[in-house]
Design a protein around this ligand. Sequence first.
Ligand code: 5GP
Length: 179
Amino acid sequence: MKIAEPLDVLHSKEALATRIAELGAQIAKDYAGKELVLVCVLKGATLFFADLVRAIDLPLSIDFIGLSSYGEATESSGVVKITSDLTKPIQGKHVLVIEDIVDTGLTMRYLLDNLATRHPASAKICALLHKPARARTKIDIDYLGFTIPDLFVVGYGLDYGEKMRNVPFIGVMKPGGVK
Ligand code: 5GP
């Protein structure tokens, strides 16, 4: 069985590429002349991150942070742990956090509060997806790919029980799609 077979396409490979090119151009314009660090939130944002960095025509550096949220697999508890920290200080740097999806917003709230203690020159967010229906805290997303309805999405880095991250589009389970 093909891995993407149980999925309906929500945002195609082509739609993702088009939107990411737009985001990259906007970010390049906004950060010209600034010392920019792009921080990828593991693991979900990895595919988005890899495509986005190549769409930003600026000198920049990259770093990674691993976060895990306690609680059910599909429900954020708001209690977040850093499982793998940044490799370099961000003091005085312009940080742009790259996230796969802002759902309740609790993970991003925790991360922004944590980064603020490290005194960056600025800290902004770029998220591929936003599910405003489930927001539990107000997060200003500075660069957003797509607003989506209250659906559990998979693919393009987003997992279903750690699988399906390698599906090349954003999909939703077909009714009765999971085997
Ligand atoms: P939040 O703290 O905003 O509720 O959730 C953030 C994290 O929950 C995301 O980074 C992602 O890992 C996971 N998440 C939230 N919604 C979805 C979804 O629809 N699909 C998948 N695969 N993960 C999600």
